[in-house]
Ligand binder design. Structure first.
Ligand SMILES: [Zn+2]
Length: 316
């Protein structure tokens, strides 16, 4: 039986009808409305649109922020305030007529990589998505780690530097505050001030320096830009070393927009990981770029949809 995955993002809502083999059979997307009523309507509409003419066993919404999965509730979603506190399951399920569950978007993407991507050959996977923020998910013994309330696996908000920069969550020195696209932008602007004659310094004299500028310059061999990405990779490696010690994964898959920079970040992350993590875990693990790309949200959500018996519609 097919399942529907809905990736509810801050700017767009994407839905896909997905087969048990991980094939996307139908797709739809709409801009994300920012009133609760229209948000619910739009989710119902995308689900109905992709389901049209097909049998569907279940639907899963992947939502950014802090989710209480067992209660199907979104508690805190700084980029999507309209979704907070809505009884999504009670409002949407009667309209679509199939079981609905809600999961954290990074957990869903992790499960997508595990079922259909870079983790499909292993039982132990740590997944990180590095974009504006840092999200994460852990699969251990083939099971998605959720914790007591379904809000576990928040790898981006592990503290890696006690006195570090303030994070969007309010804490200081989270991995997200040191190794996200936002952190690259901040580091690049600081570096531009320190090196006004550098290419970054010249951009800064005209406009705000962005994370994308750093990747573009680093690709062309600009040493200052390369050093910004290496420092970011080093912090990423500090975080990864902790995860490797705790979870002993076979694969660490890193996805998200920042991975456009690929090895410009991952090489220093791997180096730091080797310095800090303990054998034998550090010798087993392979750090890779995630393979599913932007579709991981929809695929992962679909793979987490459950049928009326509570089993995954697409199997596990
Ligand atoms: Zn944080």
């Amino acid at each position: 039986m097919n399942a529907v995955g809905v990736d509810v993002g801050g700017t767009k809502i994407a839905a896909g009808l997905v087969s048990p083999e991980g094939e996307v059979l139908a797709e739809a997307r709409y801009p994300t409305p920012h009133s609760p009523g229209r948000l619910v309507e739009t989710i119902v509409r995308v689900v109905q649109e992709v389901s049209d003419g097909h049998e569907v066993g279940g639907v899963c919404l992947a939502v950014p922020g802090l989710i209480l999965a067992q209660e199907n509730k979104v508690v805190f979603s700084p980029n999507l305030r309209a979704v907070e506190g809505i009884p999504l399951k009670d409002r949407i399920e009667p309209e679509i007529g199939v079981p609905l569950v809600i999961e954290n978007d990074a957990n869903a993407a992790a499960w997508g990589e595990f079922r259909f991507g870079s983790g499909s050959e292993v039982d132990h996977l740590v997944f990180l998505t590095v974009g504006t923020g840092v999200g994460g998910g852990v699969i251990s013994h083939g099971v998605l780690l959720r914790g007591a309330q379904g809000s576990g696996g928040e790898l981006g908000h592990v503290t890696v530097q006690a006195t570090g920069p303030r994070c969007t969550c309010g804490n200081h020195g989270c991995l997200e505050a040191l190794a996200s696209g936002t952190a690259i932008g901040r580091r690049a602007r600081e570096t531009a001030v320190e090196n006004p004659g550098s290419a970054l310094g010249r951009i800064a004299s005209r406009r705000k320096v962005l994370g994308e500028d750093v990747t573009e310059l680093a690709r062309k061999g600009d040493e200052v830009a390369i050093s910004v990405l290496e420092e970011t990779g080093t912090w990423l490696g500090v975080g990864l070393a902790g995860f490797v010690n705790i979870f002993n994964p076979e694969v660490v898959a890193v996805g998200g927009g920042v991975m456009e920079a690929g090895d410009l970040i991952l090489a220093s992350a791997r180096r730091e990981l080797r310095l800090r993590a303990r054998p034998p875990s550090r010798d087993l693990v392979e750090v890779q770029v995630a393979t599913l790309g932007p579709e991981s949200g929809v695929l992962g959500a679909a793979a987490l949809a459950r049928n009326t018996d509570g089993a995954y519609v697409l199997g596990d």
